[in-house]
Design a protein around this ligand. Structure first.
Ligand SMILES: [Zn+2]
Length: 401
C-alpha cells in the first residue's frame, strides 16, 4: 500500500500538474477531507485511542466530558471491529474520499439514475424535498438547477471502470512498474472485503456536501450525499426526518454561496462553525415554513434531534461545526423564525443573516434548553469569538486525518 507520506507527496505533485490538466483535483481532495463529518471521524478515532490507552494501562475510565456527540459515538462503534492497521491504511489511502471523487470527477453525469440509500430507499424523499427547496428559494437568486448526486461504496467494487480511473485521477504520479494502479486497486479491494459490511462499510461514504459550479463548464452545482449518512440516521432511528434535514442543510450552503458567507475553494463549501450553524438555521426555517417543508411540530422536533446528533465536540478545530446543543439550538431558532406570524412571507436572505448574526454572538452561552446561561453572555462572547477567529487561522494547517 502507498503510505501517508507518499500520498501527501503525490497530492503536492498533483497540485503542480493540475495547473495544466486537472486544475480542480488537488484542492477538491483537500476540501472533501474537511467537509461535513471530518470532525466526528477525528473525535471517534481519538475516543477509541483514548479508550485503548486507558485499557492498556489498567486505569479506570475517565469521567465523561460535558460535550457528547451521538455521531462520534456511532462512528466509534463502527470502527470498533476494524484493526488499527486496517484503519490506518483506510485513511492513508483516502478510502473515505474515493466514492465521492468517483462520482464528482469520474462517473458520467446521469442525474436521472441517481439513487439515495443502499437500495434507493430514500430517493423519493430526497427528490421531493429537493423540488420543494428549489421552489421555496427560487426568488432568492439561488441557481435554478442544483443537481442531486449520491455516493456509494459499491462503486469501488468495479475495479476496471470505476476504481482504477478514480485512483489514476488521485495518485497518477505515484505508480510505476513495481506498483501499478491495478496493484493498488487490488490492495484496496482486499482491504474493503475485511471491513464490516464490505463495500457497504459506512465510513466509505459518511459525508455530504454542496458543490458550486466550478470553472470547468462540465461541473454543475450539486448536492452530494453518501450512503453512510443514511446508515447513521437509520441506526439512531432518525431516518424519518434525517434525510430531509441533510438535504436542506446542504441546500442552505448554496444560499450561503449567494451571501458570500461560505467561503469556497474549487466550489466546495469550507467548513466553519458559524456558516454551519447558519446552514442549520436556514434548514429548519425552510422545513418548518408552511410554504416550504411544512413540517408539523413532531417532525420539527425530530429535526432538532437530527441536528443534535450531528454536532461534534472538537471545539478547538478549525473545522468544528458546533456542539450538539448549538446545532440543535440553531434549528430551534430557525424553526421559530418560520413560526413567527410577522414573518409568514419568506424572509429576505440578508435579513435572515443579520438576525442570525445577533443570535450567534451568544451561541457559546446556550443551555440545553437553548436559553442563555449568563446575563453577561454578550460581553463574554466577543472574547470567545476573537479566539475562534484565531483558531480558524491557525487550525488551517492541520488538514489530513
Ligand atoms: Zn454543512
Amino acid at each position: 500500500m502507498i503510505n501517508r507520506a507518499f500520498i501527501k507527496l503525490a497530492l503536492l505533485c498533483a497540485l503542480s500538474i493540475c495547473m495544466i490538466t486537472a486544475r480542480r483535483l488537488e484542492p477538491v481532495v483537500y476540501d472533501i477531507e474537511q467537509t461535513e463529518f471530518a470532525q466526528q471521524l477525528q473525535h471517534a478515532i481519538k475516543m477509541r485511542d483514548d479508550l485503548s490507552a486507558t485499557t492498556n494501562k489498567q486505569q479506570p475510565p475517565q469521567a465523561s466530558t460535558p460535550c457528547s456527540s451521538p455521531s462520534s459515538r456511532w462512528l466509534k462503534s463502527i470502527i470498533a471491529d476494524v484493526s488499527e492497521e486496517d484503519l490506518t491504511t483506510f485513511f492513508d489511502n483516502h478510502l473515505h474520499v474515493l466514492p465521492f471523487v468517483y462520482k464528482l470527477h469520474v462517473a458520467p453525469r446521469q442525474y436521472d439514475q441517481e439513487y439515495f440509500g443502499l437500495d434507493g430507499e430514500y430517493t423519493q424523499e430526497i427528490t421531493s424535498v429537493h423540488n420543494q427547496a428549489q421552489e421555496f428559494w427560487s426568488d432568492s437568486g439561488v441557481r435554478d438547477e442544483i443537481y442531486l448526486l449520491s455516493a456509494h461504496g459499491s462503486d469501488l467494487a468495479d475495479r476496471h471502470d470505476k476504481l482504477v480511473p478514480t485512483l489514476e485521477l488521485l495518485f497518477r504520479n505515484t505508480y510505476d512498474s513495481d506498483y501499478t494502479v491495478y496493484d493498488h486497486a487490488a490492495d484496496i479491494q482486499e482491504l474493503i472485503t475485511r471491513l464490516p459490511g464490505g463495500y457497504n462499510f459506512p465510513l466509505l461514504t459518511f459525508n455530504a456536501f454542496a458543490t458550486d459550479e466550478m470553472d470547468d463548464e462540465e461541473d454543475d452545482s450539486s448536492i452530494i450525499i453518501g450512503d453512510g449518512y443514511f446508515q447513521f440516521q437509520q441506526a439512531l432511528g432518525m431516518d424519518s426526518e434525517g434525510p430531509e434535514y441533510a438535504h436542506a442543510h446542504e441546500f442552505s450552503h448554496h444560499l450561503q454561496f449567494l451571501l458570500g458567507v461560505s467561503d469556497t475553494q474549487s466550489g466546495i463549501a469550507q467548513v466553519a462553525k458559524k456558516s454551519e450553524l447558519l446552514a442549520d438555521a436556514f434548514s429548519a426555517y425552510f422545513l418548518a415554513h408552511d410554504q416550504g417543508g411544512n413540517m408539523v411540530s413532531d417532525e420539527i422536533s425530530n429535526v432538532h434531534s437530527v441536528a443534535f446528533s450531528l454536532g461534534d465536540c472538537v471545539k478547538s478545530s478549525a473545522g468544528h461545526h458546533g456542539t450538539p446543543i448549538q446545532r440543535r439550538c440553531a434549528t430551534v431558532w430557525g424553526a421559530e423564525l418560520a413560526d413567527d406570524r410577522e414573518d409568514m412571507d419568506k424572509i429576505d436572505l440578508f435579513e435572515f443573516q443579520n438576525r442570525f448574526d445577533t443570535w450567534f454572538e451568544t451561541v457559546d452561552d446556550l443551555s440545553d434548553s437553548c436559553q442563555h446561561l449568563h446575563s453577561a453572555a454578550a460581553s463574554r462572547s466577543y472574547r470567545i469569538l476573537s479566539f475562534q477567529v484565531m483558531t480558524l487561522l491557525i487550525g488551517g494547517f492541520s488538514v489530513l486525518l
